[in-house]
Design a binder for this molecule. Structure first.
Ligand code: URC
Length: 288
C-alpha cells in the first residue's frame, strides 16, 4: 500500500478589507471579508517542504488590499474575478483560484461620512477561475436573511410513530434565516442588478407562498429565482426552522388564539435543498 497526496488547496482566510471612496467630501464605504484559496503544483511543498512553487498566503492577503486600492471595489463578483484571474495568470505554479467574499452593509446616517451597520444579512459570492480564458464559475448569494410569516403556514399529514408528539397545525408562525447561493450560467451577469432581483424573488416567494411545509417554501423560493432570472441555473438553500411554539396560557385561565409564542432557539429543524434547471451544466468546482 502506498500513501499519496490527495486534493489540496491553501490560502488566506478572512481578509477583512474596508475601502473608503472619497467623492469630494462625500464618502462611500465597502466592508468585505475575502478568502483566497489556491491550488496547482503543490506536490513538492507537501512531500519535501520545497517552497519554490508557493505564493505565500501573506502575499495573497497583501494582494487583496493592493487591488482594493488600485481598482477600487466595484461589484462583489467582479472584484472576486479580478483577484482569482490575477493569481492564476501571474503565477505559473497556480492553476486554480477560489475567491470567496462576504459583504457587510453600512447604511448612511446623515451627512457625508457617517454610517450605521446594516442588519445581520450578508451578501456573498464565490468565484472559481482557472485563469483568463479557462474554466470559471460564479456563485452569488446571501446569508442570514431572517424572515417570518405570522400566518399562512400549516404543517400536518406527517408520519406519526410511537415517538411523535408534535400536534398537526393549520396555522403557525413560519420563520427562518435564509442562506442561499445561486449559480450563474456565465461570468458576465450584471452582478448588482442580478443580486437585487434574485433576493427580491426569494423574499416575494417566501411571503406569497401559502406554506404546507418549510420544504415546500424552499422549493417555491428557488423556483421563483430561477423563473425570474434566466442568467441563473441553480439555487442551493439552507433554512433553519425557527420554531415558534404556542404558550399554554390555560393555567392562567386565558386562551391563546395564536397570539403568544415562545421563540425557541434550539434545537431547530434544518431544511436544505437544491433547485435547478434541467439544462444546468455540471459545475462541481463551482461549489467545492
Ligand atoms: O416545515 C416543517 N418541515 C418539517 O420537516 C418539520 N418537522 C417538524 O417537526 N416541524 C416541521 N416543519
Amino acid at each position: 500500500m502506498a500513501i499519496v497526496l490527495g486534493p489540496n488547496r491553501y490560502g488566506k482566510a478572512e481578509v477583512r478589507v474596508v475601502r473608503v471612496t472619497r467623492d469630494g467630501g462625500t464618502h462611500r464605504i465597502r466592508d468585505l471579508n475575502v478568502g483566497v484559496f489556491l491550488s496547482g503544483d503543490m506536490d513538492e511543498v507537501h512531500l519535501t517542504g520545497d517552497n519554490a512553487a508557493v505564493l505565500t498566503t501573506d502575499t495573497q492577503k497583501n494582494t487583496v488590499f493592493a487591488f482594493a486600492k488600485k481598482y477600487g471595489i466595484g461589484e462583489l463578483e467582479e472584484f472576486g474575478l479580478l483577484l482569482a484571474r490575477h493569481f492564476v495568470d501571474s503565477q505559473p505554479t497556480i492553476h486554480h483560484a477560489r475567491v470567496q467574499l462576504e459583504e457587510y452593509a453600512w447604511d448612511r446616517i446623515t451627512g457625508p461620512h457617517s454610517f450605521v451597520k446594516g442588519g445581520t444579512e450578508v451578501r456573498t459570492a464565490v468565484v472559481h477561475s482557472d485563469g483568463s480564458g479557462g474554466a470559471e464559475s460564479v456563485v452569488s448569494g446571501l446569508k442570514d436573511l431572517t424572515v417570518l410569516n405570522s400566518t399562512g403556514s400549516e404543517f400536518h399529514g406527517f408520519v406519526e410513530d410511537e415517538f411523535t408528539t408534535l400536534e398537526p397545525t393549520n396555522d403557525r408562525i413560519l420563520a427562518t434565516a435564509v442562506t442561499a447561493q445561486w449559480r450563474h450560467r456565465g461570468t458576465d451577469s450584471k452582478w448588482d442588478e442580478s443580486y437585487a432581483a434574485a433576493r427580491n424573488a426569494l423574499l416575494d416567494a417566501f411571503a406569497t407562498t401559502h406554506s404546507l411545509s418549510l420544504q415546500q417554501t424552499l422549493y417555491a423560493m428557488g423556483r421563483r429565482a430561477l423563473e425570474e432570472r434566466p442568467e441563473l441555473c441553480e439555487v442551493r438553500m439552507s433554512m433553519p426552522n425557527k420554531h415558534h411554539f404556542l404558550v399554554d396560557l390555560e393555567p392562567f385561565g386565558m386562551d391563546n388564539d395564536n397570539e403568544v409564542y415562545f421563540a425557541a432557539d434550539r434545537p431547530y429543524g434544518l431544511i436544505e435543498g437544491t433547485v435547478l434547471t434541467d439544462d444546468a451544466p455540471d459545475a462541481p468546482s463551482a461549489w467545492n
